[in-house]
Design a protein around this ligand. Structure first.
Ligand SMILES: [Zn+2]
Length: 147
């Protein structure tokens, strides 16, 4: 099942991805992205090699209620362009596929749609709570200060 509408990725989730990718070196980190209330907040970790990724994906899709918006994986080389197997993978995962690389900061990632085209992905400050996260932040963003 695919999730169509995605507003962006939670900053904490992106930080988790960057940290996991850094600590996985020299091995690649890979996962699937899950969405809650139109925001990417969850990462389902996959076995980390290009060859094992597709079979892991197939197994995961057999789980009930899997809502996958796309994928994430690291390129330890730092080249953020998708490889040929990546493009096949992207076409099956969804419209938000992130590749991260060194130095693993908020600038060192690229996002691609299911056809491998580069796309923007907003980084959102979301407040996580025990039972999910606070979805009220949109209201504050556009609130004007009144006397
Ligand atoms: Zn790759």
């Amino acid at each position: 099942m695919r999730t169509r509408k995605v507003r962006g990725i939670a900053r904490d989730t992106l930080q988790f991805i960057l940290e996991a990718s850094r600590s996985s070196l020299p091995v690649e980190f890979a996962g699937l992205l899950q969405v809650d209330k139109e925001i990417i907040t969850e990462v389902l970790i996959l076995p980390g090699t290009e060859s094992s990724r597709m079979s892991a994906l197939v197994r995961l899709y057999m789980l009930p209620n899997m809502q996958v918006a796309g994928s994430v994986h690291s390129h330890p080389s730092g080249d953020l362009r998708p490889s040929e197997p990546d493009l096949i993978f992207f076409s099956r995962t969804g419209d938000y596929n992130i590749i991260v690389g060194p130095p693993f900061d908020e600038q060192s990632f690229a996002c691609y749609d299911g056809a491998g085209r580069r796309r923007d992905l907003a980084i959102l400050d979301v407040e996580f709570k025990d039972d999910g996260f606070d979805d009220d932040f949109d209201d504050d963003e556009f609130k004007e200060d009144r006397p």
